[in-house]
Design a protein around this ligand. Sequence first.
Ligand SMILES: *[C@@H]1O[C@H](CO)[C@@H](O)[C@H](O)[C@H]1NC(C)=O
Ligand SMILES: *[C@@H]1O[C@H](CO)[C@@H](O)[C@H](O)[C@H]1NC(C)=O
Length: 404
Amino acid sequence: MVVVPKDKKSLRYIYIATVFGCFVLWITVYTPALRPSLPLEDDYMTSSEEEYIPALEPKVIKSLCTPKTFNQGQWIYDPIEIESPLNQTQFAKAAGYHCMKKFAHRCFRKGGNEALRAKKIMDYRWQPDACSFLEMNVEQLADHFLQHPILFVGDSITQLQFESLGCLLGNQFPNRHPPKSTLNGGNSKIKVNELAASDRDTSSIAYIRSDYLIRLDDYKMISPFEEAGSQLGNGENYPWVHALDKFDYIVINTGPHWHPNLQWGPNQSEEELLAAFKHAMSVVLDFLKGKVKSHQKVWIRSTPYGHATCSQFKEPQANPLAPTGKTGEYEWHLFKAFDDIWEDLLSGLVKDERFNMLDISTLSNQRGDAHSKPDADCLHTCIPGPVDTWNKLLYHEIMKKFSI
Ligand SMILES: *[C@@H]1O[C@H](CO)[C@@H](O)[C@H](O)[C@H]1NC(C)=O
Ligand SMILES: *[C@@H]1O[C@H](CO)[C@@H](O)[C@H](O)[C@H]1NC(C)=O
């Protein structure tokens, strides 16, 4: 029904209302094509008391990334802006790092040519081809971890991810010794890396080193005062399941420490090793299925491979050559098989939201140039580096449930 105005006065009201309406429409619809490094306050909408909707990259509307689609992309040359002479403060600033503790894989600290190499590593940014992802907002992520802490469990590659996240959130979580920590289960021989807010008694981020996740001798999930059992190399196999209750998010991985051994069968073959790995991981998963509550979430991080004689790589490789088991490649060619075993185990679960893969392999396998010590260590990578991208994906996976 159309309302016909009876006199000039109401015509004027309609005129004013129309002009005002157009103005409102203009300011609502028009958003400048900026890419804010920090999302604007308006980009958040409260969905519950403590949760926010993070800002999407304001580009073409694409579907939100899954770990699988996130990995379909490329490393874009996007050089960081730092001045010569390169110093540590500048590196930390360019990476958004707030951490000064010594750590072997923070390559820029070595200075000289290693600082130049560290810059080259940081000069590439991962860009998924066909999906959009939520840009990391460290304040918001730290707020979230205050209520919903995260635990990393695994070998030194998992420690890299913990260290990267700890550096990114270093302003928010400066305390490495929260006074009321119980994460070692009462056994002071168990070392736990922890990070807490300065006004909190307990950790928001923690890392427990466990190279195998399980005791190798009898496939047992061990508790704090039990023996760690035999191991295939230097490292630690600390118990960790006693700490699960304190965390809402858990990221686990094992693989690089598994080698052919008499432990797995008389032939010391790769087949025996893979069968043992499969058996062990099914024990881990069965245990977690009974233990992990519905509000908790476990990611099994995938295992990217190393690159033999990695000093040859000066930039990312879009089509890297996968290892085949040659000398100097250890068991790197089996890492994909380890991931496939996990994919297979998880595919046997019926609609279980608690468990997911955190697949970071394809993007990491392209970074033969980013390893910690060419050619002495061609498996670990420098941080800042591709591992920060793992944490960007982690942020996306955590926050996407709060976005529309
Ligand atoms: C690092 O370099 C920046 C830029 O050149 C400079 O402003 C700053 O003082 C330097 N810091 C140290 C600790 O040398
Ligand atoms: C070990 O190798 C022998 C000879 O290749 C084969 O016959 C046997 O089945 C293997 N055993 C296992 C446990 O794989």
